[in-house]
Design a protein around this ligand. Structure first.
Ligand code: ATP
Length: 194
């Protein structure tokens, strides 16, 4: 069994996340993908804007209709800085024999050698990197074992959670950058207005 792991702030989730999942699913023949909202990302200076409750709710909405893409709450439940090494090790124990693949956008590749215990991450999971709009595709850093890194091909999308938050704060709709049900949730709950 091959399981993709897509971690992030999902503040909010958007079409770029779904596009990344689709590209990886097809290229790597994944049986399922776990979407894992972090409690707090180690390399981001700011805490997420929306609560874990709202971010998980929006991920669940974004995944409706995708039977094999699932919300996984273990980082929110741990409730501390979310280290991917802890997450892949916990999931490796939960799914013995499964091949785990960590899915990231191109912006994460150059920084990956700075991730906490990155060698332990690559001992437990492969890394798959998708193109991202506005991000030059960088070579695989020399400190990473290239046999564990998959560079995915696909159309780059420029959407980001930051752009959505800015759009909503400016009083405009984000409906073209995120599934409609997520845009409706943002409106109903009054998220990202400032
Ligand atoms: P923010 O704008 O708040 O920094 P973000 O849009 O980068 O957020 P995250 O939830 O932090 O979203 O990203 C989770 C993962 O999804 C990261 O690996 C990131 O590289 C990847 N990702 C996000 N947007 C895209 C995109 N448009 N194309 C490809 N990958 C993406």
């Amino acid at each position: 069994m091959r399981i993709g792991l897509l971690g992030g702030s999902f503040d909010p989730p958007h079409n770029g996340h779904l596009h990344l999942a689709r590209i990886a699913s097809q290229a790597l023949d994944l049986d399922s993908i776990l979407f894992i909202p972090c409690y707090r990302q180690p390399l981001k200076t700011e805490a997420p804007h929306a609560s874990g409750f709202h971010r998980a709710a929006m991920v669940a909405l974004a995944l409706s209709g995708h039977r094999r893409w699932l919300l996984e709450n273990l980082e929110l439940e741990r409730g501390e800085v979310s280290y991917t090494a802890d997450t892949v090790e916990a999931l490796g124990t939960r799914f013995p024999g499964a091949r785990l693949v960590l899915l990231v956008g191109a912006d994460a590749l150059a920084a990956f050698p700075r991730w906490h215990r990155f060698r332990d991450i690559l001992a437990a999971a492969d890394l798959a990197v998708a193109p991202r709009g506005g991000v030059e595709s960088a070579p695989v850093p020399r400190s990473l074992p290239s046999s564990r890194v998959h560079l995915l091909k696909g159309e780059p999308l420029t959407v980001s959670s930051t752009l959505i938050r800015q759009t909503v704060a400016a009083g405009r709709t984000a409906g073209h950058m995120t599934p409609r049900c997520v845009a409706a949730y943002i409106r109903k709950e009054g998220l990202y207005r400032e």
